[in-house]
Ligand binder design. Structure first.
Ligand SMILES: Nc1ncnc2c1ncn2[C@@H]1O[C@H](COP(=O)(O)OP(=O)(O)OP(=O)(O)O)[C@@H](O)[C@H]1O
Ligand SMILES: [Mg+2]
Length: 232
């Protein structure tokens, strides 16, 4: 199948159950392949709601959302989602979490293989590739719960990248990273977009780490897109 866009939202409204006002109102957005899109805006603007709607984790009550051409209400959405990587906003692992970093990254292959199967040579190579990219190769055998917040953040980004997704969604990926980590993650995702012709969607309330790397900047406020709508 060939696509020119990863995501298309058409007049999308989303509400949380029990809430009397919509969290997203009349959103139109297209995420083309080969582009890095930044979604920004203040706390409560609707950024997480938007990224989860793109992935079909939240469904519109009005309008339509498509991921790789599949309506997110369709049962086939799970196949479209396999082409994606996602790092949610709250990624922190508790201190007693015993999985090693290698194991956590390996979970990125989960849709394709069970944890009881041994890795192929290519999968082993890919784990090495992402851990070198994110400069965590020395941490591979450490339990993830013993890592610092910024080290954990790099590990979960590695997990999302290891399956070479056609679309990568990162919700506040810079929150625990220092200046060097922010620069590294920004340049890694930029190179990934260029070499794989993939789409990357980054939500960040702070635009500084990524603004120079983004192709498209969409600003949200109060459940609406207030600038960048020309990419609808
Ligand atoms: N589970 C929920 N139930 C009810 N309302 C929710 C829920 N999650 C979010 N909301 C509301 O939806 C709106 C948008 O929230 P969202 O989490 O998308 O904002 P955000 O832009 O990601 O904010 P932040 O920068 O703090 O992460 C807010 O008004 C919030 O209170
Ligand atoms: Mg959020």
């Amino acid at each position: 199948m060939r696509f020119s866009e990863a995501v298309k939202l058409r007049n999308v409204w989303v509400a949380y159950s029990g809430s009397d006002r919509p969290a997203m109102r009349n959103i139109n957005l297209t995420v083309p392949l080969g582009k890095l899109l930044l979604i920004t805006g203040p706390n409560g603007a609707g950024k997480t709601t938007l990224i989860e709607t793109c992935l079909g984790l939240l469904k519109p009550y009005r309008g339509s959302a498509y991921l790789f051409g599949v309506d997110t209400r369709s049962w086939r959405i799970r196949y479209a989602r396999r082409m994606c990587g996602f790092v949610p906003q709250d990624f922190m692992k508790p201190p007693f979490e015993a999985y090693t970093v290698r194991h956590v990254i390996r979970l990125g292959f989960a849709p394709y293989k069970s944890i009881f199967e041994s890795l192929t040579e290519d999968e082993d190579k890919r784990i090495r590739w992402v851990s070198e990219l994110l400069e965590i190769e020395d941490l591979l055998d450490r339990p993830i719960g013993t890592l610092s917040g910024g080290q954990q953040q790099r590990a979960v980004i590695a997990r999302a990248l290891v399956r070479k997704p056609k679309a990568l969604f990162l919700d506040e990926p810079f929150s625990s990273l220092d200046k060097e980590g922010r620069r590294l993650v920004s340049s890694v995702v930029r190179d990934y977009v260029n070499t794989e012709n993939a789409s990357v969607v980054i939500v960040s309330h702070d635009v500084n780490p990524i603004i120079d790397y983004a192709d498209i900047v969409v600003k949200m406020e109060n459940g609406r897109i207030v600038s960048g709508e020309d990419y609808a």
